[in-house]
Design a protein around this ligand. Structure first.
Ligand code: PGA
Length: 263
């Protein structure tokens, strides 16, 4: 695993966007695994800017998102389909038919999850999976005790996650956060060829230290990335506050030739 500490959230987001852009330039028919959440918004806006300037082309790119709420239609402003359209897909030259999220409105959720896994397999698997981490330690919506071999399935959201995402739902307008979601499993995520995790802000300092430097445990789903042999984690200084090997991460980034173009 490579851990890269950037001085600010903005510089961490810019680096994540640049790594994704370079992967797309190297493989125009890239299959990208995408994540939602506040952390990713600027990454998507930066990718959209690069697309607008003609620096990157999404016309052959396919995408699969990690997760979607159960019971929210695409047009609901809190659905992850809505988020993806708003922050990325409507701003770039991607063919929407190549963009995939689980359908949280499906009558048969189990069949929907099996269909999603099949589609990923037919696409040849995910080349590069973007990840955040939640305060519960989740990647996707894999809450504590998710098996490291879990696949796409319906899950129940923890009180920590309900508290983290609840504020996005406007109760005055009758909006209610679902307490269930469909998510790629931890095993599904680990099948991606490369993982790119982005974590910013001081409220994430404890959980990211547990995930990266703590023992691997299903109590912290994010710790499963320690099993992946091609994994880059970008954190800003605030999120890095509790990491014990900070000096080592800084010197590795400063010296390793593979990071030369990003320094
Ligand atoms: P955030 O969500 O980017 O809104 O912090 C990340 C997550 O919960 O995975």
């Amino acid at each position: 695993m490579d851990v890269i500490i950037r001085p600010t959230a903005e510089s961490a987001e810019a680096l994540a966007a640049q790594i994704i852009a370079d992967a797309l330039k190297a493989k125009p028919n890239l299959t990208l695994g995408l994540a939602t959440g506040a952390t990713m918004e600027n990454v998507y806006h930066k990718l959209a800017d690069m697309n607008k300037k003609g620096e990157i082309d999404f016309s052959l790119c396919k995408t699969f998102n990690l997760d979607e709420y159960v019971g929210l239609p695409a047009e609901d402003r809190n659905s992850y389909r809505y988020y993806m359209n708003f922050h990325l897909f409507d701003r770039i030259n991607i063919d929407k038919r190549n963009t995939h999220l689980e359908d949280g409105m499906a009558a048969d959720l189990e069949a929907e999850c099996a269909r999603y896994e099949e589609m990923m397999e037919e696409a040849g698997g995910v080349d590069l999976q973007l990840l955040g981490i939640g305060l519960s330690g989740h990647i996707g919506f894999n809450e504590p005790l998710s098996s490291f071999s879990s696949r796409t399935r319906a899950v129940n959201l923890t009180p920590v996650t309900m508290a983290q995402n609840g504020p996005y739902f406007d109760a005055a307008k009758g909006e209610k956060m679902p307490n269930r979601a469909l998510t790629m499993g931890v095993g599904t995520v680990l099948d991606a060829k490369k993982l790119l995790m982005l974590v910013t802000g001081k409220r994430k300092a404890d959980i990211i230290a547990k995930a990266l430097e703590g023992p691997m445990t299903s109590m912290v789903s994010g710790s499963a990335i320690q099993l992946h042999d091609d994994c880059t984690v970008i954190v800003d200084e605030e999120a890095a506050a509790k990491l014990t090997l900070k000096e080592y991460y800084h010197s590795a980034f400063a010296n390793d030739p593979k990071w030369a173009k990003y320094r």
